[in-house]
Write a protein that binds this ligand. Structure first.
Ligand code: FAD
Length: 449
């Protein structure tokens, strides 16, 4: 088989043994260790198709790889499997100003595509912290969320067309640029969030938006969660350009700020919110109204880009991550109105089992998305697993989703049944069997065994 692959892809397109870079073993979850049988690096759609057809003939499993920034173990190969990297299938093919659409190859790094859109006077609405490494194909395969979901939606919501290669090498192309297209089953949405289990995405058409004007960034102090909900409702109706509404519970704010060299609130409030919207009178009027109603107790308006970055540094918590090795970061979603009830229940359940743990909450509350940051000093793998089981159990009790953004991969696979019914799982399996009857595309990912 390797001989066939080398013949089809050339020596640069099929690496084996010591030539396979260590980076091909693990994504950003750092849980992968296995050396794949080969790392394939096709440079065209025809080469992807040929590679898949050869692997299909030989019954060998293929694991698609983008930028390897995933956090669920989805792109990690196992011994005996072939990894297929899209990195050489990169580049923006066209920006269509009339259709406000970008035709782009799957291996294009997100930031490269964003810059190309900006140079043409448009915004590419998908944005996330991993923008410098993650790829458009990976963003679609994980249906990535990120920093602009509140205004522009998830990756799926910005996907106009797609091209993907099925397990047997068949090229399925629906590279349409139209917004309205009700011609039967929507294959785009089948591949968005499929995590490499249904096909290898090779090209896409992404919707572009107008470039936004200057942004205002506010860090607000709030007395309770009811005020967070009230401020969100006020902001939604008063600010059409609202693009971020991020809340931090006091425990998270205090811990994150303590690892920074700057202080935003010396006396951390029960809740802090970062709000971003178009600069101007509507934003100022909203802040005034919120003060008058008692919804806010303090508000700082960033006077510069550097100050806005200082607000965001508390929310991003990168220094906290670095200072607390082994910090467990869970990404879940629940009905917005129940987020604080969930936080209380989850904290109680975790502290009952791990009394010395540090448990804190923050997240994109306008998208019903909360992160649970848990630090159990010196936790073993089994204890980390227990933390997951306890927290996801509470998510299930609240009728929430165990994965808001990061996907299922291998790391959340055993808990998929907490958020999906047996009938839904059966339908997913039927779709998988229809498109990949031999089960060769990314086996062991997403669907529980
Ligand atoms: P990979 O990690 O390489 O792969 C992810 C999955 O997609 C795997 O299952 C893989 O098999 C599949 N895949 C990759 N490419 C293809 C393809 N062309 N065809 C078919 N399947 C494919 N995620 C968010 O949603 N929101 C965030 O805000 C966010 N922030 C992050 C910040 C940091 C610092 C980091 C490290 C990660 C963050 N992530 C976030 C997670 C991650 O960046 C996203 O999931 C991203 O979309 C993965 O893209 P990738 O190209 O790195 O994919």
């Amino acid at each position: 088989m390797l001989q066939d692959l080398r013949a089809a892809l050339g020596p640069q397109g099929c690496l084996t043994g010591a030539d396979v870079p260590v980076a091909a073993r693990s994504d950003a979850s750092r849980t992968g260790h296995d050396l794949p049988l080969a790392l394939l690096r096709p440079a065209s759609v025809a080469e992807v198709s040929a590679a898949l057809a050869i692997c299909h003939r030989h019954g060998v499993a293929v694991v698609p790889q983008g930028g390897m920034t995933g956090l669920a173990g989805g792109a990690q190969p196992q011994t005996g499997q072939v990894a297929l990297s899209l990195s050489r299938l990169a580049g923006v093919e066209e920006i269509d100003g009339e259709a406000m659409a970008m035709v782009v190859r799957a291996g294009t790094v997100l930031e490269v595509a964003q810059k190309a859109a900006e140079a043409a006077g448009f915004l590419l609405p998908v944005d996330l912290g991993a923008r410098g490494s993650c790829q458009i194909g990976g963003n679609i395969a994980t249906n990535a969320g990120g920093l602009r979901v509140l205004r522009d939606g998830m990756t799926r919501d910005n996907l106009l067309g797609i091209e993907a290669v099925l397990a047997d090498g068949t090229v399925l192309s629906q590279m349409t640029r139209v917004v309205k297209n009700n011609t039967g089953y929507d294959l785009r949405h089948l591949f968005a969030g499929s995590e490499g289990t249904l096909g290898v995405i090779t090209r896409a058409v992404i919707r572009l938006r107008p470039l936004p004007g200057p942004r205002g960034t506010v860090m607000a102090a709030l007395p309770d969660f009811a005020s967070v909900l009230r401020l969100l409702a006020m902001a939604r109706s008063a600010l059409p350009g609202l693009s971020a509404f991020e809340a931090m519970w006091r425990d998270y704010f205090t811990c994150s700020q303590s690892h920074l060299t700057h202080v935003v609130f010396a006396d951390p409030p029960p809740f802090a919110v970062i709000l971003e919207a178009d600069e101007g009178p509507a934003l100022e009027a909203l802040l005034e109204a919120a003060f008058e109603e008692g919804v806010m107790t303090d508000a700082l308006i960033a006077q510069s880009f550097a100050e806005a970055r200082r607000f965001w540094a508390v929310r991003e918590g990168l220094e906290m991550d670095a200072a607390m090795p082994g910090l467990i970061n869970l990404d879940v979603s629940l009905t917005t109105g129940r987020l604080d009830d969930f936080a209380r229940a989850c904290r109680l359940a975790l502290l009952a089992r791990f009394p010395g743990a540090h448990v804190s909450f923050y997240g994109h509350v306008a998208d019903s998305n909360v992160h649970v940051a848990v630090h159990v000093p010196g936790a073993s793998d089994a204890e980390v697993h227990e933390v997951d089981a306890i927290a996801y159990g509470v998510v299930r009790d609240f009728g929430g989703s165990i994965s808001a953004e990061h996907g299922i991969g291998t790391l959340k696979r055993n808990w998929l049944g907490y958020s999906r019914s047996p009938a839904e799982l059966a339908a997913m399996r039927a779709i998988k069997a229809a498109l990949d009857p031999k089960g060769l595309l990314n086996p062991g990912k997403v669907l529980p065994g």
